[in-house]
Design a protein around this ligand. Structure first.
Ligand code: T46
Length: 140
């Protein structure tokens, strides 16, 4: 699995509207241990600015839109514009993420592979670079 990747979910649409169903192991590549959502974000807010040691997540913008910048070792940083509830952004471990340009009424749903654990966060960018290099060296 790539470090960060857009997932296209099935959008079941008829005259009554849209329905998207997510099945673990089919649409979501991990067992979901936690769900949280970010909303009522004031204009100009930026969030994130960290990576995770182990956590994997899928981010889905259920309403409005948001941009997510992701960066991982050896890859150019990429910006994903989430504006479609039938798409999710998978973010694996050791990926730096920054969230910005939240639109009015943006609701960002996050499906997470682990319970909340502050010790899994890497909030210092230099430490993120160091840990990414050591992981690459171990895998060589
Ligand atoms: C991520 C991005 C996409 C909890 O108590 N439980 C939780 O499950 C979470 C996610 C957060 N918190 C507490 C920890 C902080 O005191 O809520 C506060 C705000 O968390 P944070 O500043 O980490 O929020 P974001 O928006 O910068 O990052 C969040 C997630 O924490 C992070 O894992 O990848 O959304």
């Amino acid at each position: 699995m790539e470090a960060a990747k857009l997932l296209d979910f099935r959008d079941i649409c008829d005259h009554r509207g849209h329905l998207t169903a997510l099945e673990i192991g089919i649409d979501i590549p991990f067992d979901i241990q936690r769900i949280y959502y970010i909303f009522n974000t004031p204009a100009g807010t930026e969030r994130g600015f960290h990576a995770h040691k182990q956590l994997e997540q899928v981010l889905i913008c259920l309403n409005g839109s948001v941009k997510i910048r992701v960066e991982s070792l050896g890859e150019k940083s990429k910006v994903f514009h989430l504006a479609n509830p039938s798409q999710g952004l998978y973010i694996g471990n050791l990926v730096w993420r920054e969230m910005f340009d939240f639109s009015d009424e943006a609701v960002l749903l996050v499906l997470a592979s682990e319970h909340y654990d502050e010790s899994d966060y890497i909030r210092d960018y230099d430490e993120f670079c160091r840990l990414s290099v050591s992981k690459r060296d171990v895998l060589k």
